[in-house]
Write a protein that binds this ligand. Structure first.
Ligand SMILES: Nc1nc2c(c(=O)[nH]1)N[C@@H](CN(C=O)c1ccc(C(=O)N[C@@H](CCC(=O)O)C(=O)O)cc1)CN2
Ligand SMILES: NCC(=O)N[C@@H]1O[C@H](COP(=O)([O-])[O-])[C@@H](O)[C@H]1O
Length: 209
């Protein structure tokens, strides 16, 4: 199964997927990494031997033109599934990519999601609200930020002395299991989507994909 990954930051999400693939825990190949800016993830993913290109939305006259440039490159590489791996730009989703784009968000959506909610901003908002649990959400990507069908959610405790860095680290550790698992279920054809609800369907004599 051929994966395309989109980044805007540290690239740790992609490197985690690559580690799972190298360990034989995920039967996939990362065929393209596209970055919306020249970020730390570009060098890290290149150092991991991945094909990386910076495609900045600022180079295009519209969001639609940016989307066409992104999808053209992804389709040229023959990807089956696209993962938003800390990608911070709004991405137009063509119909042919419906339910073939996943995003991982560092909160239990719908809490602390939507425009303006990314990276440490999410964890600071959660701490300011005084939540006692947080976590991450893997969801299919639709036109609206963070509103697509939820594939999985993982819960982590919020400790009384947590600062944003401590909470971010605990949530990211959960992400490192949740995203590869969701990609594996997708690759195995085990995700059934009805409206905004996703069911993981286990079939008899299922070989783990
Ligand atoms: N069509 C979609 N595109 C994207 C989605 C999505 O669900 N549908 N998810 C985001 C990822 N994301 C949260 O998981 C997210 C990323 C960024 C923002 C945001 O507010 N961005 C700022 C710009 C930030 C910057 O460029 O530095 C903004 O739009 O003003 C919200 C949510 C990725 N794309
Ligand atoms: N709303 C999107 C968002 O906040 N994504 C978050 O950015 C981080 C990416 O780290 P990375 O750039 O090191 O992979 C991850 O924690 C991911 O959940």
């Amino acid at each position: 199964m051929r994966l395309a990954c989109l980044i805007s930051g540290g690239g740790r999400t992609v490197l985690n997927l690559q580690e799972k693939i190298a360990a034989g825990a995920l039967n996939a190949e990362i065929v393209s990494v596209l970055a919306s800016r020249d970020c730390a993830g570009v060098g890290r993913c290149e150092a991991a031997g991945l094909s990386v290109e910076v495609v900045s939305p600022r180079r295009f006259p519209s969001e639609i033109a940016f989307g066409e440039a992104i999808w053209g490159r992804i389709e040229q590489r023959g990807a089956d599934l696209t993962v938003l791996a800390g990608f911070l730009s709004r991405l137009p989703i063509p119909e042919r990519w419906e339910l073939r784009v996943m995003n991982i968000h560092p909160s239990l959506l719908p809490a602390f999601g939507g425009a303006g909610m990314y990276g440490d901003r999410v964890h600071r908002a959660a701490l300011a609200r005084g939540v006692t649990v947080s976590g991450c959400t893997v969801h299919f990507v639709t036109e609206e930020y963070d509103a697509g069908p939820i594939v999985s959610q993982s819960i982590v405790p919020v400790e009384p002395d947590d600062d944003a860095d401590a909470l971010a680290a605990r949530v990211f550790a959960a992400e490192c299991d949740a995203l590869p698992a969701a990609v594996r279920e997708w690759a195995g054809g085990r995700l059934e989507v009805t409206g905004n609800r996703v069911r993981i369907v286990r079939r008899p004599l299922e070989e783990d994909g």
